[in-house]
Design a protein around this ligand. Structure first.
Ligand SMILES: [Zn+2]
Ligand SMILES: [Zn+2]
Length: 362
């Protein structure tokens, strides 16, 4: 069956790029310079990174946007309210907005300025850490944002700390990245029942230094940070190396329209994973937003570089399961469909959804 599915995919022209976003540098509160970050990203073999320092696009002003060998570097920023809540990841606008609230005002301002925006770590908890309060998204009735940061590497790691950190947490930080929590998934699915809302995975890289008695160490060295949560995108064309603005727009469009999936690299390299839908009219659909009608019955096909436990989620609930490197799921009713892949109990891949039918989907 795997061979058959690989042959099906051979006819589909997609260019996959794998990257990391939500990265802080010394231009705000990160511990790595842009130079160190770019070096680590190149070493990790990433195709793109998106730098999002707090309230500044200094990395762009200093000429870091563009290609460095095979790596494409884009610069956005992370915005927040006057009271530090409601963090918003912004990519692509001309300027940093000066609007400090309400969130709907800066969501709209970012869009009008040509940017795309994602709610950052909207439901992070951190209830055990006095020094690291959580910064949730509180403006739940706001709308018009392009997507949400469904998986935040730093949030999940911090949530596993209870009281004093154990050395194990500090030396093996990626061991504590298990899965996206239920609150994020529930909110995301509910938003997608009404309109398309894409998902991205964020690193929230800070290269934090930590003092443990006399011991000073960097918990997540930048090289390690870039080997966790990644966002893979399916592009309609190769990134044009001689045209930075067009390359950036291609990446932004794919992020906004959700053409791709999130992956935890710690559980395996997901590069070459293919998730797509073929409908009864012979049409092919990538995960994410589409303007074309999907004609039922349809088939969602999954092809993986390594074996996994594949779950089909329909309207927020598991509706089918399969094990191995390939899976085929027949779709006969409308609704919101997406794919999750696990290795043992740990999540490896979350696809963006296929909205099938008219809104509201469920
Ligand atoms: Zn934040
Ligand atoms: Zn951040």
């Amino acid at each position: 069956m795997t061979k058959g599915l690989e042959n099906t995919w051979r006819d589909v022209p997609v260019t996959e790029v794998c990257g990391a976003l939500h990265l802080h540098t010394t231009y705000s509160d990160g511990g790595s310079t842009v130079h160190q970050l770019i070096g680590a990203a190149r070493e990790a073999g990433l195709d793109y990174i998106i730098i999002t320092d707090h309230e500044t696009m200094a990395a762009r002003q200093n000429g870091y946007e563009g290609f460095t060998n095979n790596l494409f570097v884009a610069v956005g920023y992370e915005h927040n309210d006057a009271d530090q809540k409601n963090h918003y990841l912004v990519i692509g606008p001309a300027n940093v907005t000066g609007i400090k609230g309400p969130p709907q005002a800066y969501i709209d301002a970012v869009k009008n300025d040509g940017g795309v925006g994602f709610l950052a770590h909207p439901f992070e908890k951190r209830k055990f850490l006095k020094n690291f309060p959580s910064y949730e998204w509180t403006a739940l009735s706001a709308t018009g944002y392009d997507g949400i940061e469904l998986w935040n590497q730093m949030s999940e790691w911090l949530e596993h700390l209870r009281g004093n950190a154990h050395l194990y947490h500090l030396f093996c930080p990626r061991k504590f990245l298990h899965r996206i929590d239920a609150a994020h998934l529930k909110f995301w699915d509910a938003q997608n029942s009404r309109r398309f809302v894409s998902a991205v995975g964020g690193v929230d890289a800070h290269t934090m230094r930590y003092a443990w008695g006399p011991l000073h160490l960097t918990i997540f060295p930048i090289k390690v940070e870039l080997k966790g949560i990644r966002t893979h995108l399916y592009l309609s064309a190769e990134l044009p190396r001689n045209d930075i603005a067009s390359a950036k727009q291609l990446v932004m469009n794919a992020l906004r329209d959700g053409h791709g999936f999130l992956c935890n690299f710690r559980r395996g390299d997901a590069r070459t994973a293919r998730i797509g839908l073929w409908d009864n009219a012979g049409g092919f659909f990538l995960p994410g937003k589409t303007d074309r009608q999907i004609v039922l019955p349809a088939v969602i096909r999954v092809c993986l570089p390594q074996a996994g436990f594949v779950k089909l989620i329909h309207n927020g609930l598991v509706s089918a399961e399969a094990r191995g490197r390939a899976a085929e799921f027949k779709i006969t009713t409308p609704g919101l469909y997406r794919v999750e892949v696990y290795k043992q109990k740990n999540a490896w891949i979350y696809s963006n959804p296929f909205p099938v039918g008219a809104y509201p989907l469920f």
